[in-house]
Design a protein around this ligand. Sequence first.
Ligand code: GLU
Length: 287
Amino acid sequence: MSDTTGDAATTFESVDADTVEAAREQAANAQRVVVKAGTNTLTDDDSNLDREKVDKLVDDIADLLADGREVLLVSSGAVGAGSGRVDYPSDTVEEAQALSTVGQSHLMATYADSFGRYDRKVAQLLLTETDLDDSERFTNVTNTVETLLDWDVVPIINENDAVATEEIRIGDNDMLSSSVAIGVGADLLVTLTDVGGVYTANPKHDASAELVEAVGSNYAAVQETVEASSEVTFGGIQTKVHGARAASEHEIPAIIGKSTEESVLAKIGDGKPVGTIFVPTNGESNE
Ligand code: GLU
């Protein structure tokens, strides 16, 4: 592997082409897909839930459903949509929690309506860290999910922000989506974001930043650069990288892609290159 990606701040070894191709093919063949959508994917600059953005996401998911695949959506946006709905700040944890409850119901009503365009029903699951850590509770969750999928209902999952102060402060849906993907035996995790992948430097500040096409054997170098080049912001690229990596270590290909890219999920379903793919490591950590 002498190829390199990027001439910006850091140079990464590329994952070899056959490995990337095999991972894309595995992603294309996925039957059970977890899609994670961040707040920016759903709201406008004034924090209002953006119906066009929601519809675009739902259109993309409908492409996968039309192929007969199962899709679980992990959706953020509760606190964001709540801020757009009532004129209160989210300065304290209590305020953010209260806003999440305003936004979550609005979010679900919007999803119900948007999926209704495809004659699809949706279900809401609100989880906390405890539900993931306690095996009995998690089994109950997965049993519910299996039943919903059998019924062709789309499970929409978020953190239960009203009871999970820890999640609001340091948790994020990047790790939640990864845990859900592993727990329900998904074949693919797709994280949709406004950035659209992992870069050799911070693309918001550095014009020479280049997209890293694949992460696998180069993980340690990629992680180092991401940590050095990005601020530790809530739901930032660092947690997306950790979440995607965790899934790929459980043999689940994980893709970080741009939410605004046209037919982004259909492209993945066709095996086309999208964003950054984390190739399944089959248990090897490669660090
Ligand atoms: N659960 C939070 C929300 O829906 C956000 C979590 C995240 O963005 O990762 O607003």
